[in-house]
Design a protein around this ligand. Sequence first.
Ligand SMILES: C[S@@+](CC[C@H](N)C(=O)[O-])C[C@H]1O[C@@H](n2cnc3c(N)ncnc32)[C@H](O)[C@@H]1O
Length: 428
Amino acid sequence: MSLVDLENVKLETHPTARNQAIATRPLSAGSIILSIHAFATVLFENQKSRRCDHCLTLSETLRKCSGCASCWYCDTNCQTRHWPSHKRICKRWNSFISSNEFQALPPHERLDSALLSYFASASSADGQLAIFKSLLPGPTHHPPPPTCAPVEGADILYDRFGNNNFTIHSHLNSFAHGIFPLASRLFNHSCAPNAAARYKLVQGQVVTMEVVALRDIPEEEEICIPYLDPALLQTRQQIFQLTYGFQCTCISCEGLKSVKSVGPIPDVPQDPVRLAALEYRLRTYIGVDDLEHCLLHTKPITQSLPPEIRCFLKEDYIEHLSGVFSQSSHDGPYDRALESGTTLLAMYLLIYPENYPQIGMHALELAKTAWNASMSMNDIVRRQHAMAQVRACLSLGRRILGLYGPEGDSGGPLTEITVLQQLVDQEG
Ligand SMILES: C[S@@+](CC[C@H](N)C(=O)[O-])C[C@H]1O[C@@H](n2cnc3c(N)ncnc32)[C@H](O)[C@@H]1O
């Protein structure tokens, strides 16, 4: 697919980002805006020999490439399809990755080195290479890492890596890096995006990126995707400057700026009683305190955010809360898990846009925790209350993850939702 075959988007001038992708027609929530194959992919080191190097699917019966002993394939079909991009590096790869030069690289540069090496045999036939070369370079020039075989114009190509390449995920867990030139050419970033990428893995085929509308998008609206997790409230502007060379002025960043214009974000209180009171205030402000009776919708950050809960706009507090929830939902006590999980849900509804997949994933985790809690309760009233929480979180998780659709490996959150729903229905 090229820039001229697009159905749902067109490129227009952007005041600061060169171009922007504009919807050519109304796009409904959950619809696929663009579907494209990867140009090149590289698995994270801990995924090697677990996933096929061609189609990236999981398999327990992979066969090793006898030439380099470093690539694994489902079968001869995957190996044959991978060969055009693998052939120039196959014989040299093993000695290259054992070299001191490669071993001295930090993990992310090893991935870059592997991806850049694939350009040694890249074909210009389908136009993807030309699109990649036409991408905007990142703000700073980094010398390219060593490659296994000579790569023409390695400097020019590598200048486009940091601000254009993608992290591939399955069930939102990252496992590979990939180059999707057309998606890079089209989509700018927003911390309140109206679209997001998901990845489709099919045995024997190159991975596909599908860009999905997170809400109804009217004709002529710009389509943006997230380049990084909007929950990085303190560091994201710095990352945009250093890695992407722009200052984000999306609605979420403007909201955050207006809050900061009133005064610096205060620290979260140390006193546990005061902290519990403020967390309760946050939950009631967002409307999640009574999970079973609320509508569970996002509430963007604006200047009208009550001053006493501004202290929660800290990325390290979100990380802390997430750790507390994760540990207590496994080890107990359940009361602590449900309280921290509900506060975290309030945070997510504040910082993420409508239907953002991470909200759905957390709602599912909270539903599972409420289910486990309900199973441990003897008191009928408490148990009914916990079951109502399960239903509310399950419904939120289904609404969001159903809209985002299945991604990556088989199973995953949508299957978990179906299983938990069956258990809930059996309980009556
Ligand atoms: C993947 S490209 C996006 C496509 C780009 N607009 C183009 O015309 O090729 C990433 C680059 O686009 C620019 N960009 C992306 N999002 C932006 C935003 N929200 N505001 C300003 N510039 C942005 C930055 O220069 C960034 O390094």
